[in-house]
Ligand binder design. Structure first.
Ligand code: PEP
Ligand code: MG
Length: 548
């Protein structure tokens, strides 16, 4: 029996076989091959398929985000057939009598290394494109679909780290839990695991190696314990905990349909955070009273092209309709920092968390923003949609957002497309500037929702992703709590409501404090709704105080 220790970031005990996630193209083996002509044909077929895929992507991109955005895929299509690149593969197969995969992989590595060493900034940046093209060719050669998992039974998925886009592209029905060597509590992969109600453990370190692939394991997403080849006594202890969790969940079912009200009569809006229309089943199963945060950027992360207006409209409409008349707050695109997508072609930045992200991208690249706003307003005809803007720091940003909303509404009106004219507009309060400007900002919007993940990061100047800073990333810090109080006061002074949609909203130890501050709404992962309802119904709003 072997025990590994990590940090539990999404609760739950699971038992299953360990499966190691391989990034497509990362594990290419060299094999001797007799029939080289056959290998060459395989390369030709993979090239043809890649070019076809890239042409479709370029076309979609052109429709949704203009010619410049389409250029990336057009360039990739040219790279696929680049003479030097292809010659290198062919030479390698002939000389080494090796398989196509190995030749493609080596040609890609060699070409990108030459480009990186060129000394020319433009050429060396293209090295990443060659790697991307090589990955696509390899996927097509090996019949790999990005994010696809070749398993029959659900498994515990282990990886060095997982980007949110990778997590999103996986088939959830095959995943019992996530275990990663790196990562942190506030990373979007951990947040995603909680949203999906899947147990997760991060920061296990390099003791988690692929040599354990296939081993039977228990994982406990609360304690961060991973047990491989458990002995009988340990297996019984873990099974017991698993059974207890199931029983607790069943007991909480009695709270479905009950009001979210404290013992002293304070009502709270208890909403859910979601990342895709697929999460709605969890919201309904847990009796969420609305959607407090739909992270719309996850639609972009799960895609390899700009989601079109129609694709987005269908997703937003599905959520709005499924929630009936209940409020559905959809946050506009919050790409950037750890949420990256290649097709945005964003420049590398020294400090991406403080760079071109979220509303800044939307205001700089209006076409993308307009497409999303049109989809959102169209969806507003099918339910109670509210639109929320992330990472606001200044009054002028909100004014610009409002202006674009007005323009989009005027367009839809002229086109005879139905929409809800008085769709609520809100902003996320997740920068210190927004806290300090809250009184002015409150006059421009219908609600505030505090993003405590980013607010903590920016208030304390502490990277939310960095596991080694955990001691310093203190979301209970008096500065953060005072910021929440200031935000609530500013909102109420202007007659609007204020909620919390960051991970802190689910922190039961702070619930009385939030209520005493006058927080009107808490938005949490669907699986946390019923435990939070139980806490609300057994608590009284205390007097607010902050002890440094
Ligand atoms: C936050 O910052 O608290 C938030 C809810 O948004 P995200 O975690 O997606 O940045
Ligand atoms: Mg945020």
């Amino acid at each position: 029996m072997i025990t590994l220790q990590g940090k539990g970031v999404s609760k739950g005990v699971e038992r299953g076989r360990l499966y190691f996630f391989q990034r497509a193209g990362a594990a290419v083996e060299k094999k001797s091959v007799a029939d080289i002509e056959k290998e060459k044909e395989r390369v030709a077929k993979a090239q043809q398929k890649s070019v076809e895929q890239l042409e479709i992507l370029a076309e979609k991109c052109r429709e949704d985000a203009g010619d410049d955005a389409a250029l990336l895929f057009e360039t990739h299509a040219m790279f696929v057939e680049d003479e030097d690149y292809v010659d290198r593969m062919m030479e390698m197969m002939e000389k080494e009598q090796c398989n196509a995969e190995y030749a493609v992989f080596c040609a890609g590595e060699e070409m990108s290394a030459v480009m990186e060493a060129s000394g020319d900034a433009y050429i060396s940046e293209r090295a990443a494109d060659i790697r991307d093209v090589t990955r696509r060719l390899l996927n097509n050669l090996m019949g790999i679909e990005e994010g696809g998992m070749d398993v029959e039974e659900p498994v515990i998925l282990a990886a060095d780290d997982l980007a949110p886009s990778e997590t999103l592209q996986m088939d959830k029905s095959k995943i019992l839990g996530f275990i990663t060597q790196k990562g942190s509590d506030n990373s979007h992969t951990a947040i995603l695991a909680r949203t999906m109600g899947i147990p997760a453990i991060c920061a296990v370190g390099d003791k988690l190696t692929a040599c354990y692939a296939g081993t039977e394991a228990f994982m406990d997403g609360e304690t961060g314990e991973i047990i491989l080849d458990a002995d009988r006594e340990t297996a019984e202890r873990m099974e017991q905990k698993r059974r207890k969790q199931k029983e607790d969940r069943e007991l909480l079912q009695a709270l479905k349909g009950q009001e979210d009200v404290t013992l002293d009569g304070r009502h709270v809006k208890l909403y859910c955070n979601i990342g895709s229309p697929d999460d709605i089943d969890m919201v309904l199963a847990n009796d969420g009273q609305g959607i407090g945060l739909f992270r719309s950027e996850f639609l972009y992360l799960a895609s390899d092209h700009y989601p079109s207006e129609e694709e987005q409209f269908q997703a937003y409409k599905a959520v709005a309709s499924a929630m009936g008349g209940k409020r559905v707050i959809i946050r506009t695109l919050d790409i950037g920092a750890d949420k990256k997508v290649d097709y945005f072609q964003l420049e590398e930045e020294e400090n991406p968390a403080m760079g071109l992200r979220a509303i800044r991208i939307c205001l700089e690249r209006e076409e993308i923003f307009r497409t999303q706003l049109r989809a959102l307003y169209r969806a507003s005809a099918y339910g109670k949609v509210a639109i929320m803007f992330p990472m606001i720091t200044s009054v002028w940003e909100v004014e610009e957002c409002r202006k674009l909303c007005d323009e989009v509404m005027a367009e839809l009106l002229a086109e005879g497309i139905p929409f809800q004219k008085d769709t609520e507009l809100g902003i996320m309060i997740e920068t210190p500037a927004a806290v300090w400007m809250a009184e002015e900002l409150a006059k421009l919007v219908d609600f505030f929702s505090v993003g405590t993940n980013d607010l903590t990061q920016y208030m304390l100047a502490c990277d939310r992703q960095a596991n080694h800073l955990e001691r310093f990333f203190d979301a209970h810090h008096p500065a953060v709590l005072r910021a929440l109080k200031m935000t609530a006061d500013a909102a109420h002074k202007a007659g609007i409501w204020m909620g919390i949609c960051g991970e802190l909203a689910a922190d039961l130890s702070l619930l009385p404090t939030f209520l005493a501050m006058g927080v009107d709404e808490l938005s949490v992962s669907p699986a946390l709704v019923l435990p939070l309802r139980a806490a609300i119904r057994s608590c009284r709003a205390e007097t607010f105080s902050v002890t440094p």
